[in-house]
Design a binder for this molecule. Structure first.
Ligand code: MG
Length: 201
């Protein structure tokens, strides 16, 4: 069984702040404004993962304005989304992304971005795609936009047992596996706060 998820985000460029995209720091005169570190690509991927298991969106887990997430590393948001898909019994089959921004050029660092994303997502770089376009005709040179789409595949019983054997907290994971094997719902919906469409920016 497979599920698909889509995420989108945008952030305005702001002179003098650090630029981080896809967990990679860029040497650039402007960064992305936001309550967190403004990593537009990680935010889009986080929403795609949450959407794939119908677990809400980034704003429902990390409400805008919450002081805990001021200047937060967006990798934290991504890890939360990964936990949600793991709890739902899925793993990532592949992920495809598109960045839309005037500068900096993504081409020269696309491989580095893929490798960093693969590392953050704990998947093979071959399962990660990073594409980039300039916003021709959109008059949006001061904005970075990211789109992400992810395909998830359901773990079978063997894979769930394998996962259990590979982790450090066997009892917790055993409980998790037992729930899966007896078919009980372990919906993320019961663990997340109320739905909130606000972005964390
Ligand atoms: Mg955002």
């Amino acid at each position: 069984m497979m599920r698909i998820g889509y995420g989108w985000d945008s952030h305005a460029f702001k002179p003098g702040v650090p630029l981080k995209i896809g967990g990679v720091a860029f040497d650039h005169p402007a960064g992305l404004a936001g309550h967190s570190d403004g990593d537009v690509l990680l935010h889009a991927i986080t929403d795609a993962l949450l959407g794939a298991v119908a677990a809400g969106d980034i704003g429902s887990f990390f409400p805008p304005g919450d002081p805990r997430w001021k200047d937060a590393d967006s990798a934290v948001f991504l890890q939360t989304a990964l936990e949600e898909i793991r709890h739902a019994g899925y793993r990532i089959a592949n992920i495809d992304t598109t960045l839309v921004l005037a500068a900096p050029k993504i081409g020269p660092v696309a491989e580095k971005l893929r490798e960093r994303l693969a590392e953050l997502l704990s998947i093979d770089p071959g399962a990660v795609s990073v594409k980039a376009k300039t916003p021709e005709g959109l008059n949006q040179d001061d904005v970075a936009v990211a789109h992400a789409i992810v395909l998830l595949e359901k773990l079978d019983d063997d894979a769930l047992l394998e996962r259990m054997a590979a982790v450090e907290e066997p009892q917790v994971q055993m409980d998790d596996v037992v729930r899966k094997l007896v078919g009980r719902t372990t919906s993320a919906q019961t663990r997340k706060p109320g739905f909130n469409t606000d972005d964390i920016s």
